[in-house]
Design a protein around this ligand. Structure first.
Ligand SMILES: Cc1cc2nc3c(=O)[nH]c(=O)nc-3n(C[C@H](O)[C@H](O)[C@H](O)COP(=O)(O)OP(=O)(O)OC[C@H]3O[C@@H](n4cnc5c(N)ncnc54)[C@H](O)[C@@H]3O)c2cc1C
Length: 524
């Protein structure tokens, strides 16, 4: 077998042999990976370190929308919406295998709402300019109920249809990591930054990285260190200055995943104002329906945030107000929670407020650069601004950003969504070839879902998977689509992983136990 670019041994060797990096990025979510791609394509020697797996944090737990944010339009935040709509257009162009055009219907119950959303969404279309995903239109009650066959018809007056994007978040993260590696970056998962190095003047000059697999630590030098750690931001800021105040407070958002029969057809539903004043989405995703989200302030963060009972009740109750197919707890196939980094209040008198969804770049006196906030949709722009900031500080030579037209690994417009392997884009043929050469790899991991053994082999050889969870949560998404099916597939996945990675039965057993513990949280 040819040595793959993405093999851990190759990447660790690069870590050991490179004396000086231009840019080291801490955190392998949307923000960090976007910065790695921006940095390496400008020609800088780039290293990204992720403590667990790519998109293990918030970046695999989004609502899966590539959107301008109709909600922010209602708040009058025109510039933010325009910027996100532009990025939405670039994402569709550059990651065409993973991003698709999704129609949304807002059900209307009075004429005033109908008028308001029709006019508002015309503005949304206008702001998208040439990168529009399609015109919004008002539709009658009959059309609404024929397109949304499970919507309750009582008091319904009609609907407004608009278009946004929909995607697979963690697969995009992996594909951005692969693209960055292909361009020459070193991108490593299971490598945690445990400390910062400083020069005599107190300027950050590198990091201490700990390889979780071998227990080895490395001192790595860099011109620029970027903190892109989401809700972990304060931990890195406190490595820099142990007296640093917290700047981030987590707010949790949960989603429930239901069978497609709760929302047959191709349209998503957007409920613009729920009882708590938020937006609720019901979105078709990989032949299931994702319903969310909530906004619950927490006092602490974790890698596996736990959905609260009141959040579950809120989503089920709200869905049941709009759907005539009753949702109950036993219908939930998977439940997942993610954390937004909100701005922590500066003192007790100040209310906690959300970091405006436009991102924020902070430069510490040690010249550590921190990026926080933003959203998946704007990851490319956030990266551009962060690298530009490092240039403006005189830390890097002045090179132009090149990501506007940079295709992401796998990008192809030749997508046949009837085959679930479409998500691999240009890699689909390679997975089909694996199955052709070894037909046993075409067997399904679980009878209820289409994922095959070949995808596990592919995930280890080419997508840097190291654990059952990497495969079932973030490469094939089974944990997010049907948590019980994922738990019962774990032994089979462990066996394939052990064979690929040269591990023994003890490792396999431990993997199954670790995965089952985590996966049980996704079962309601
Ligand atoms: C409920 C919810 C729904 C959302 N829906 C959408 C949506 O539909 N569309 C959209 O555009 N946006 C959405 N967003 C926003 C989007 O998901 C986030 O903006 C984005 O994922 C944040 O990425 P990040 O890289 O900043 O953080 P994260 O994804 O959390 O990544 C930070 C990473 O840093 C790593 N890390 C931390 N400390 C260290 C260390 N010491 N060493 C190495 N690594 C470290 C973590 O393990 C983690 O992987 C949503 C957010 C939430 C919470």
């Amino acid at each position: 077998m040819a040595v793959s670019l993405y093999q851990r041994e190759t990447l660790i060797e690069q870590l050991q042999t490179t004396k000086n990096w231009d840019v080291i990025i801490i955190g392998g979510g949307a923000s960090g990976l976007g910065i790695a791609l921006d940095s390496v394509t400008r020609g800088y020697k780039t290293l990204l370190l992720e403590q667990i797996d790519f998109a293990k944090g918030t970046s695999s737990r989004s609502t899966k929308l590539v959107h301008g944010g109709v909600r922010y339009l209602a708040q009058g935040n025109i510039d933010l919406v325009r910027e996100a709509l532009y990025e939405r257009g670039l994402m569709l162009k550059n990651a065409s295998h993973l991003v698709s055009n999704q129609s949304f219907i807002i059900p209307n119950y009075n004429l005033w709402d109908r008028l308001k959303y029709t006019v508002g969404l015309k503005l949304y279309d206008f702001l998208a300019g040439k990168l529009s995903f399609g015109k919004s239109v008002g539709i009658s009650k009959t059309t609404t109920t024929s397109r949304l066959t499970t919507i309750k018809p009582d008091k319904l007056k009609g609907g407004v249809v608009y278009h946004d994007g929909q995607f697979d978040d963690s697969r995009l993260a992996i594909n951005i990591a692969q693209t960055s590696i292909e361009k020459g970056a070193t991108i490593l998962n299971y490598c945690k930054v445990t400390g910062l190095l400083k020069d005599d003047e107190g300027i950050v000059s590198g990091v201490i990285a700990h390889d979780i697999e071998t227990d080895k630590s490395y001192k790595l030098n860099a011109r620029v260190v970027i903190n892109a750690t989401g809700v972990f931001t304060d931990e890195v800021l406190q490595m820099d200055d142990n007296k640093a105040k917290n700047i981030v407070r987590p707010s949790q958002g949960i989603h429930l995943v239901l069978d497609k029969s709760f929302l047959p057809g191709n349209d998503a539903i957007m409920i613009p104002k729920t009882d708590d004043g938020r937006v609720l989405f019901l979105v078709p995703w990989h032949d299931k329906v994702v319903v969310g989200t909530t906004d619950t302030l927490l006092d602490s963060h974790s890698l596996e945030p736990k959905p609260l009972e009141k959040e579950v009740d809120f989503i089920i109750d709200t869905a049941n107000r709009y759907l005539n197919k009753k949702v109950s707890r036993k219908d939930v196939l998977s439940i997942f929670a993610g954390l937004r980094p909100l701005a922590a209040p500066k003192d007790n008198s100040e209310k906690t407020k959300e970091i405006s969804r436009s991102h924020k770049i902070i430069v510490s006196s040690s010249e550590l650069i921190t990026i926080t906030g933003g959203k998946w949709t704007t990851y490319r722009r956030m990266a551009q601004d962060t690298v530009n900031k490092a240039i403006s500080l005189g830390k890097l030579s002045n090179e132009m950003c090149k990501t506007k037209d940079q295709l992401i690994h796998g990008a192809t417009e030749n997508v046949d969504r009837s085959n679930h392997l479409y998500i691999y884009g240009t890699d689909q043929v390679h997975i089909e070839k694996l199955i052709k050469n070894e037909p046993g790899l075409g067997e399904k991991l679980h009878p209820k879902l289409g994922f095959t053994k070949a995808e596990v082999v592919w995930a280890v050889r080419n997508e840097m998977s190291r654990t059952i969870e990497d495969v079932l949560a973030r490469r094939v998404r089974m944990l997010f689509l049907d948590a019980r099916a994922a738990i019962s597939s774990a032994p089979l996945v462990a066996e394939i992983l052990a064979k690929e990675l040269g591990k023994d039965k003890v490792w396999e057993r431990q993997q199954i136990d670790d995965f089952t513990t985590i996966a049980k949280q996704y079962v309601l």
